[in-house]
Write a protein that binds this ligand. Structure first.
Ligand SMILES: Nc1nc2c(ncn2[C@@H]2O[C@H](COP(=O)(O)OP(=O)(O)O)[C@@H](O)[C@H]2O)c(=O)[nH]1
Ligand SMILES: [Mg+2]
Length: 357
């Protein structure tokens, strides 16, 4: 699962990417190529299980971020830029809220809502080009051959086109599972789940949660498939350089309890419709990523394809129960370790032991 970090120039995209992934900017003059990095999904359950089992290996779930060159008319006309942007699963749009005399704003003033609307319009327009091209072809094909398949696609795309022509992102449409399948291949940008990252100035840091909440329930309320989170990039960048103890002190000096990065990564994870289940023992504690609603069989497959093929049963226990009863013998004794079959829907925070042939 990949998330593209997008936005105008000088809004803090690369700074955010660097602190998320630890990947530092190499010279990239004039290139429209995106860079990829991996962020660890923070998970207190993994830490707790690791304290219980003390294994030599601890593996967190990860999400991939791509640092994209700023969205611009030029970029959106570049085929390789567009191809890599269409490939991602979600967009994290960094909106500049911080003021700075030394860092110029491309549009001359700070106005995150304007910047959001402008970028959304660019995405809508680029989707419109895709849909128009496809419909021209469909038109020709439908004149040659009568086919319910083509008619159906034409109907779905007509709805898509009308929405885009009204300037509305496709996130606002609801599709039946069948229609959704039909349009998936187009990789429409305005359909991708969107995380809005408000990059606040230091002076706003003490009011970070309040400001985030104001936007969530105010001007950014009710946007479909969109999450809103606020960070203070400057503070995050400084935190990245500090020891955990120093970092806690530094956060406290701004009246903050936690780093915004953890919330940002968790928000990305949730937006992508992902959850974690765990495997835990003396050799390793491991958080595995699966789509919400996955079956035990799918979960087994995430660990190893052989586990899926030769699946017999899964032993399942909630992570907290495992901690509370100090390990497997304790939960077994209390009857908290359940045997589940293939169809069992795995829950976030389940610890699984897969029995296989
Ligand atoms: N004051 C302030 N400056 C920032 C913040 N985030 C980034 N900058 C500065 O803005 C400039 C552009 O940042 P960068 O991350 O490269 O932005 P990008 O063009 O969106 O990738 C750099 O000089 C950063 O130091 C922030 O939160 N506050
Ligand atoms: Mg950059």
């Amino acid at each position: 699962m990949k998330t593209a970090i997008i936005g105008l120039p000088m809004v803090g995209k690369t700074s955010l990417f660097t602190i998320l992934t630890g990947v530092h900017e190499a010279a990239r003059v004039g290139s429209l190529e995106a860079r990829m990095g991996v962020a660890r999904v923070p998970d207190a359950r993994v830490e707790a299980l690791a304290r219980l089992f003390d294994p030599p290996k601890i593996t967190h779930a990860t999400v991939e971020y791509l640092d994209f060159p700023a969205i611009s008319k030029e970029a959106l006309r570049d085929p390789s830029y567009m191809a890599s942007l269409r490939m991602v699963d979600a967009l994290a749009h960094v909106l500049r809220v911080f003021e700075s005399d030394t860092v110029p704003h491309e549009k001359g003033s700070v106005d995150p809502l304007r910047d959001l609307a402008d970028a959304e319009m660019e995405l809508v327009l680029s989707d419109l080009v895709v849909v128009e091209k496809r419909m021209e072809r469909l038109d020709r094909d439908r004149k040659k051959t009568k086919s319910p398949e083509l008619d159906h696609e034409f109907a779905v795309l007509t709805r898509v086109k009308e929405t885009l022509e009204a300037g509305t992102p496709l996130r606002n449409l609801e599709f039946s599972p069948d229609d959704e399948k039909r349009i998936r291949g187009f990789q429409f940008l305005s359909l991708k789940p969107l995380l809005l990252v408000l990059n606040l100035g230091e002076e706003d840091a003490p009011r970070l949660h309040e400001i985030e909440q104001q936007h969530r329930s105010g001007d950014l309320a009710g946007l479909p498939n969109t999450a809103v989170t606020a960070i203070c990039g400057k503070i995050e960048a400084e935190l990245a350089e500090l020891s955990p103890a120093e970092a806690a002190e530094y956060l406290a000096s701004y009246g903050l309890k936690e780093s915004g990065l953890e919330r940002l990564i968790s928000a990305t994870y949730a937006l992508l419709g992902l959850m974690s289940f765990l495997t835990a023992g003396e050799t390793e504690v491991h958080a595995w990523t699966v789509p919400m609603g996955s079956t035990a069989l799918k979960a087994a497959g995430a660990i190893h394809t052989d586990f899926e093929k030769k699946f017999i049963r899964a032993e399942v226990v909630n992570w907290q129960a495992l901690i509370d009863h100090s390990g497997y013998p304790g939960v077994r004794e209390k009857g908290l370790l359940r045997l589940e079959g293939k169809e069992y829907i795995v829950k976030d925070g389940d610890v699984l032991v897969i029995r296989h042939g």
